[in-house]
Design a protein around this ligand. Structure first.
Ligand SMILES: Nc1nc2c(ncn2[C@@H]2O[C@H](COP(=O)(O)OP(=O)(O)O)[C@@H](O)[C@H]2O)c(=O)[nH]1
Ligand SMILES: [Mg+2]
Length: 191
């Protein structure tokens, strides 16, 4: 079942608790954006989300995302409070039918490949085809080459830049491990 947007309850819940340091209700007015992470399994979508949300790296044993999961984070973008509701999808073929339904609601998509995995880069075109088919016409899209802190890089930065230019999408290289460009990428799509 699809989780309900939790922010509709936020002002009342905070007000009722009246905890010290709580923000005044007026400043709780915020813009909400739904962001979806897509890309092959293993490219680091869940790690990128955990790095962004909690500032930590999920190393070693990790729980494979099943279907779809989401987390919220509020950002201050040029003085405007923006609530990102970030959907973490599973790239496995068998979950495709789940994620298709979510494309329609996404305002922004972060499309990831793994710079240490050529196949994940080669699959970007297929992902773009799928995005064009299912996502909103005006969806904000960004291409991310993840795992750049790894010594096993096989996809050059120039290759990513070239592909992004071909499709007219902004591009960044990130590392969920080191945190490189992770916040920047999320802020960029929130703008
Ligand atoms: N070196 C390195 N490994 C990463 C990075 N991000 C994710 N990983 C590893 O890649 C594997 C898959 O990550 P995960 O987030 O589960 O991928 P997902 O299937 O796209 O959600 C895990 O073993 C992570 O530890 C990164 O930035 N650098
Ligand atoms: Mg995952």
């Amino acid at each position: 079942m699809r989780p309900q947007p939790p922010w509709t309850l936020l002002p009342a819940a905070v007000g009722a608790r009246g905890r010290a340091g709580a923000l005044p209700l007026c400043s709780l007015a915020l813009l909400s954006l739904q962001v979806m992470l897509v890309g092959d399994s293993g490219v680091g979508k869940t790690c990128l989300l955990v790095r962004f949300k909690d500032g930590a790296f999920l190393a070693g044993s990790f729980i494979s995302t099943v279907g779809i999961d989401f987390r919220n984070k509020v950002l201050n973008v040029d003085g405007v409070r923006v609530k990102l509701q970030i959907w973490d999808t599973a790239g496995q073929e068998r979950f495709r039918s789940v994620t298709h339904a979510y494309y329609r609601d996404a305002h922004a998509l972060l499309l990831l490949y793994d710079v240490t995995n050529r196949a994940s880069f080669d699959n970007i075109q297929a992902w773009l085809t799928e995005i064009h088919e299912y996502a909103k016409q005006d969806v904000v899209l960004m291409l991310l080459g993840n795992k750049v802190s790894s010594p096993e890089r096989v996809v050059r930065r120039e290759d990513g830049e070239k592909l992004a230019k071909e499709y007219g999408v902004p591009f960044m290289e990130t590392s969920a491990r080191s945190g490189l460009n992770v916040d920047l990428a999320f802020v960029a799509i929130a703008k």
